[in-house]
Design a protein around this ligand. Sequence first.
Ligand SMILES: [Mg+2]
Ligand SMILES: [Zn+2]
Length: 175
Amino acid sequence: MARAIFLDRDGVINRVVWRRGKPGSPRLVEEFRIDPAVLEPIRALHNAGLRLFVITNQPDLARGLLSWASLQRMNSLLSAQLPVEAIVVCPHDDRDDCDCRKPRPGMLKRIAAERQVELSGAFVIGDTWRDTGAARAAGCTSIILDRCYNRSDEADYRVKNFSEAVQLVIERTRL
Ligand SMILES: [Mg+2]
Ligand SMILES: [Zn+2]
């Protein structure tokens, strides 16, 4: 069975949007900027035979700060540029108490069930404890990209940047 890799979106594939000193998600399509440094490493993952999925918390939907129309345009931009099999979104906020908002593993489990993906042996690349928490809850290996806002967040691996994360995945997939 082909291995899977789950990518967080904001702060991994596209740049975070800083508001009042806090990293946040794009709310307008114009704010959605795919980091050019991820394009080639993501293609390398695909070429190495990994199945790519995006799992993203978008609580700004529940908060009325992001429209579904804008999100769908961002998804289209992402799918047009990157070989991802699916983009799964949690549109909830904490008070919805859903099972998909990371650090809960609902999005990972849903993909596993619907698309015959094995979670043990899969990797999650993220930039916060929410991603690594979901990875742990689902039995995946977590890799966190070292950022000024996540220094106290725990992960199986901490790497400097996205291409280092990809190198690690490709090395470990060969084992
Ligand atoms: Mg993120
Ligand atoms: Zn949810």
